[in-house]
Write a protein that binds this ligand. Structure first.
Ligand code: 8BR
Length: 448
C-alpha cells in the first residue's frame, strides 16, 4: 500500500508545486568556508601562543580572541565533538582569515540552503533573503530561472538572479567548518592528544545575520513589488547570541523580526513555516517560543530538537524517556499532543530517520500525507544521488525501499488533532546527509 501511495505522492506533489505562486526564504544566507585541519596547521597556530601549555576542559561560550578560537578547536579535536561558536569581534575574524583561511567556499545558512534545494523543483518563484550579498556569496547560488533576490534597478524594486544582483566584493561573513580526521595529533608541552573520531568545529563570523537584521530596503520593497508570494520559510534564530558586545540582548533582535514576520503575513497573505534547528541556549529557545511561535503557522524539527523543546515545556521525564528508548512513535505522538495543547501552533512536522509525523489542528490528512511522502522521496533521492535535478532523479529516490512498518503508520485523530505518520525511505550508504532536514521540512510545508 505505501509503495502505491508513494507513487501517487510523487505525481501529485510535482503537479501541486507548479501551482504555488511564490516562496520566500529568510533571514540567514551565508558562506561556509571549509578547511581541513592537519597537524602542521595546528603546529603553526600554536607557535603564535607559546604560553598555551594545556587544553581547558570546556570551550568558551563565545570566541573573543584568536586564542579562544584555537583553544575551542583543540577541545573539539580532543573530544571528537562538533562544537559551534560565534566569533565576537572583527580582529579575530581577520586573524582567522589570514592564519587559517579556507580550502573551499560553499553556500551556507538555512535560508540559502532551502532556496537552493527547492530551486530544482517546479516552483515558479523562490525569493531568498541574502544580505550583504557580495559577489563571493552570489556566485555560490545555483544558476536557476526561478531563484531571485529582491534588489533595485532604476529606482524600482525588482526580482533578479542573485548572480546579477551582488553589490560589494569581499568576504564580510563566513562560517568556518574546520574539519579533522580521526587520529589527528596535538603535541602540547610533552603531552599528546588524539582525536577519537572525525568531526568538525564551526566558528562563525556573521555580524549582520547573528542580529537577524533585515535591511530597511527589503522591509519597504517587499510590499511594493507586484509579484505574488504565498509561502515564507523563516529561520536563523539558532545563530543569535544571548548578549552582544554593544550591550543588546537576543530579545532586542527577536522582537523586531517577529513583528516584521507578522506584518509580512498580514499584508502579503503568507503562510509561515519556521525551521527550529539546534539552538544551544535555553534563553534564546524560550524567547523564540514566546515571540515567534505566535506568528508562524508551521514548525519543523528533528527528534533531538523536539526532545529539547519538550524539556523547555517542563516535560523533562518524557524528553528523557524519548532519548532513553530511541524515540518510539507513540511517545513522540504524546509529546506532539502536549506541545500543540500549550502553543498556538497550527502544524508541527517532525522528522526522524525512519518516520515523519505531522500534527495539525485542521483536518487536512490527504494533503499532509502527500506532503510527507513527497519530502521523503526528496530526502531519499538526495541521499542516494547526492543531488536531484529532474523528475527522473526523483523516480530513482522513489525506488529506494520503504522501511519496515511498526504498526503505527497512517492517519489518526486524537483530541481534535489530526496526525499523519508515514514510514520513510532510508538509503543504506548515503552520498550526502547535509541539508536533508531542511529539504524535508520545507517541501513538506509547501505541499501541506
Ligand atoms: P536534520 O538535518 O534535521 O537532523 O534531519 C536529518 C534527516 O535526514 C533525518 O531525520 C532523516 O530523516 C534524514 N536522513 C538521514 Br540523516 N540519513 C538518511 C538516509 N540515509 N536516507 C534517507 N534519509 C536520511
Amino acid at each position: 500500500m505505501w509503495e502505491e501511495l508513494y507513487r501517487e505522492a510523487l505525481e501529485e506533489g510535482w503537479k501541486k508545486l507548479q501551482r504555488i505562486p511564490g516562496v520566500i526564504t529568510g533571514f540567514h544566507s551565508t558562506i561556509d568556508g571549509l578547511k581541513r585541519v592537519e597537524e602542521d596547521l595546528l603546529k603553526r597556530l600554536l607557535e603564535q601562543f607559546p604560553h598555551i601549555k594545556s587544553i581547558p576542559s570546556e570551550p568558551t561560550s563565545v570566541i573573543r580572541s584568536p586564542e579562544d578560537l584555537l583553544v575551542d578547536l583543540l577541545i573539539s579535536i580532543r573530544e571528537g565533538l562538533a562544537y559551534q561558536r560565534m566569533i565576537e569581534n572583527e580582529e579575530t575574524f581577520r586573524w582567522t582569515l589570514e592564519n587559517i583561511g579556507y580550502d573551499q567556499l560553499r553556500l551556507g545558512g538555512t535560508s540559502a540552503n532551502m532556496a537552493s534545494l527547492l530551486s530544482p523543483l517546479p516552483l515558479s518563484k523562490i525569493l531568498v533573503y541574502a544580505n550583504p550579498l557580495t559577489k563571493e556569496l552570489a556566485e555560490l547560488f545555483p544558476e536557476r530561472k526561478n531563484l531571485f533576490v529582491l534588489t533595485r534597478e532604476n529606482d524600482k524594486p525588482v526580482l533578479r538572479s542573485p548572480r546579477k544582483a551582488w553589490k560589494d566584493q569581499g568576504i564580510f561573513a563566513i562560517h568556518w567548518i574546520l574539519e579533522y580526521n580521526k587520529g589527528l595529533k596535538i603535541e602540547l608541552d610533552g603531552t599528546t592528544y588524539e582525536s577519537p573520531r572525525a568531526n568538525r568545529f564551526i566558528a562563525a563570523w556573521n555580524p549582520v545575520n547573528c542580529r537577524l537584521r533585515v535591511s530597511e530596503e527589503f522591509k519597504r520593497d517587499i510590499f511594493l513589488i507586484p509579484d505574488k508570494f504565498t509561502h515564507f520559510l523563516v529561520s536563523g534564530f539558532h545563530i543569535l547570541l544571548e548578549r552582544y558586545p554593544e550591550g543588546k540582548t537576543c530579545e532586542d533582535f527577536i522582537v523586531p523580526v517577529a513583528e516584521f514576520v507578522s506584518q509580512m503575513k498580514e499584508r502579503l497573505g503568507l503562510k509561515v513555516h519556521y525551521e527550529f534547528a539546534s539552538i544551544g541556549s535555553s534563553l534564546i529557545r524560550s524567547l523564540v517560543v514566546k515571540h515567534i511561535f505566535p506568528v508562524i503557522d508551521s514548525l519543523g524539527l528533528n527528534e533531538i530538537e523536539f526532545a529539547t523543546l519538550l524539556s523547555d515545556f517542563g516535560e523533562q521525564d518524557l524528553a528523557k524517556e524519548l532519548k532513553d528508548t530511541r524515540f518510539p512513535i507513540v511517545k513522540l505522538v504524546d509529546g506532539l499532543l502536549k506541545i500543540m495543547e500549550r502553543t498556538p501552533l497550527k502544524r508541527i512536522q517532525l522528522h526522524t530517520l525512519g518516520h515523519y509525523i505531522s500534527i495539525t489542528r485542521e483536518k487536512n490528512e490527504r494533503n499532509e500525507r502527500t506532503a510527507l511522502l513527497f519530502s521523503a522521496i526528496l530526502a531519499a533521492t538526495r541521499s542516494l544521488l547526492g543531488r536531484y535535478e529532474t523528475l527522473e532523479d526523483l523516480e530513482k529516490g522513489l525506488g529506494v525501499p520503504t522501511i519496515t512498518l511498526t504498526g503505527y503508520e497512517g492517519i489518526k485523530n486524537i483530541d481534535n488533532f489530526s496526525l499523519v505518520i508515514v514510514p520513510t525511505k532510508v538509503v543504506q550508504s548515503p552520498k550526502l546527509t547535509v541539508g536533508l532536514g531542511d529539504i524535508i521540512s520545507s517541501s513538506g510545508f509547501l505541499l501541506s
